[in-house]
Write a protein that binds this ligand. Structure first.
Ligand SMILES: Cc1cc2nc3c(=O)[nH]c(=O)nc-3n(C[C@H](O)[C@H](O)[C@H](O)COP(=O)(O)OP(=O)(O)OC[C@H]3O[C@@H](n4cnc5c(N)ncnc54)[C@H](O)[C@@H]3O)c2cc1C
Length: 326
C-alpha cells in the first residue's frame, strides 16, 4: 500500500516546560490518511521530537515517522521544510500528501506545489480514495468537489473537518530524513522566539467547549460574563467579528469565515445574531446553544437549544446552575 504523508503540526517545543505535543489537526489528518493508504507522519523540528511524538502518532495509525530535525530546520522559517518535503515526496511517491490548513501549512504547501509543478487544493474537508477533495465555499453555502489533475493529491486539510479516531496502536519506525538545503532556503533566519503567554483556557480551535460573545455583550468589561461561563465549562472563549471590531475582545478569538473555525462538542453563542460569516466558523459544532433577545435571530435556525432572553439575566442564572452541578 502506498504511503500517505501527513505533515505533523506540533504544540510547544521539545524539552519545554509546557510540554511538546501534537495538534488535533494532525490526528484528524492521520485518521483521514488511513482511508487513503499507509499513514506516514513527517515531523520537522528540534532533535528528539519525532521520537517523543512517535507513540501518539502511532496511536492514530502512523506506521512510519520521517524526522527532519536539527538547527537547519529550527533556525529558519518555512523554506527548509518545503524543500525537505518536496524531496521526500519525489523519493517516496506517496498516494497523497496532507498538510494542515494553517498559516504555516498553507505556505509550505504552496512552495511544495511550485517546486514539484504539482496541483494544490487548500481548505479541504474530505478526501476520497480516488483523490476527489471536498471544499466548503461561500460560508458553507456551496460544496465543491475537485481533484488535482497535475501530479499527486497535495491538499491542505481544514482543522476540525474530521473526527480524530485512534487506530489499533502501532509503534512507528522513525526514519531520519537528510536535510539538504539550497542557498535560498536559509535567507530568512529566526532571530528570537517569544513564548505566547497562555492562560489556563484551552486553545480555541482545539477546545471541546467554546463560549462566544457577540455585539449583544455590549462592552469589553461585559465579556467577563462570557469568560465566566467558559471557565465554568472548562472551555475557550470566542467572539463574533462585530465584537472584535468593537474592541470587546482581541481579534485572535474571532470565530467565522475570516476568523477561526471551531467544531467543539458544545458551542454557546451569547448575543450573536448568527450571520452567515459567523456560522461558517462554527456550524459543525456538535451541540449549539444560543441566547438572544430577538426571537427572529438567525442563530436560532442553527441552535439545538435556544433561549430567547436578555443575556444579562439568562447568563448569571445559567452560571449559578452550572456552579451547583460542578
Ligand atoms: C467578508 C466578511 C467576512 C466576515 N467574517 C466574519 C467572521 O469571520 N466572523 C463573524 O462573526 N462575522 C464576520 N463577518 C460579519 C458578519 O456579517 C456579522 O456582521 C457579524 O457576525 C455580526 O456579529 P454579531 O452577531 O455579534 O452582531 P449583530 O449582528 O449586531 O448581532 C447582535 C445580536 O445580539 C443580540 N442582543 C443584543 N443585546 C442582547 C442582550 N442583552 N441579550 C441577548 N441578545 C442580545 C441582538 O438581538 C442581535 O441578534 C464578516 C462579514 C463580511 C462581509
Amino acid at each position: 500500500m502506498a504511503e500517505v504523508l501527513v505533515v505533523v503540526e506540533t504544540t510547544g517545543a521539545v524539552g519545554a516546560a509546557g510540554g511538546y505535543g501534537v495538534k488535533k489537526v494532525t490526528l484528524e489528518m492521520l485518521t483521514l490518511a488511513r482511508e487513503l493508504g499507509e499513514p506516514a507522519a513527517v515531523v520537522f523540528g528540534a532533535p528528539g521530537g519525532a521520537q517523543e511524538l512517535g507513540a501518539k502518532l502511532g496511536e492514530y495509525g502512523a506506521v512510519k515517522v520521517y524526522a527532519a530535525e536539527g538547527e537547519q530546520i529550527t533556525a529558519h522559517l518555512v523554506a527548509p521544510k518545503a524543500t525537505v518535503l518536496a524531496e521526500l515526496i519525489r523519493r517516496v511517491q506517496p498516494a497523497a500528501v496532507l498538510i494542515g490548513s494553517t498559516q504555516e501549512g498553507k505556505e509550505i504547501a504552496g512552495r511544495v506545489a511550485v517546486k514539484l509543478d504539482n496541483g494544490l487544493l487548500t481548505d479541504v474537508v474530505a478526501l476520497a480514495a480516488d483523490g476527489t477533495a471536498t471544499q466548503v465555499a461561500f460560508a458553507g453555502s456551496t460544496i465543491v468537489k475537485s481533484r488535482v489533475t497535475r501530479g499527486l493529491p497535495l491538499v491542505t486539510v481544514r482543522p476540525n473537518s474530521v473526527t480524530p479516531t485512534p487506530a489499533p496502536a502501532a509503534a512507528p519506525a522513525v526514519e531520519a530524513v537528510a536535510v539538504a538545503l539550497g542557498e535560498n532556503d536559509t535567507l530568512a533566519r529566526v532571530v528570537e522566539r517569544v513564548a505566547e503567554q497562555k492562560g489556563t483556557r484551552p486553545e480555541l480551535t482545539e477546545a471541546n467547549v467554546v463560549v462566544s460573545g457577540g455585539r449583544g455583550v455590549g462592552s469589553a468589561d461585559n465579556f467577563k460574563l462570557v469568560e465566566e461561563i467558559a471557565d465554568l465549562l472548562g472551555g475557550a472563549v470566542g467572539a463574533s467579528r462585530a465584537a472584535t471590531d468593537s474592541g470587546f475582545y482581541p481579534h485572535q478569538f474571532q470565530v467565522g469565515q475570516t476568523g477561526k473555525t471551531v467544531s467543539p462538542q458544545l458551542y454557546v453563542a451569547l448575543g450573536i445574531s448568527g450571520a452567515i460569516q459567523h456560522r461558517a466558523g462554527m456550524q459543525t459544532s456538535k451541540t449549539i446553544v444560543a441566547v438572544n433577545k430577538d426571537p427572529e435571530a438567525p442563530i436560532f435556525e442553527l441552535a439545538d437549544f435556544g433561549v430567547v432572553g436578555d443575556l444579562f439575566k439568562v447568563v448569571p442564572q445559567a452560571a449559578e446552575e452550572i456552579r451547583k452541578r460542578t
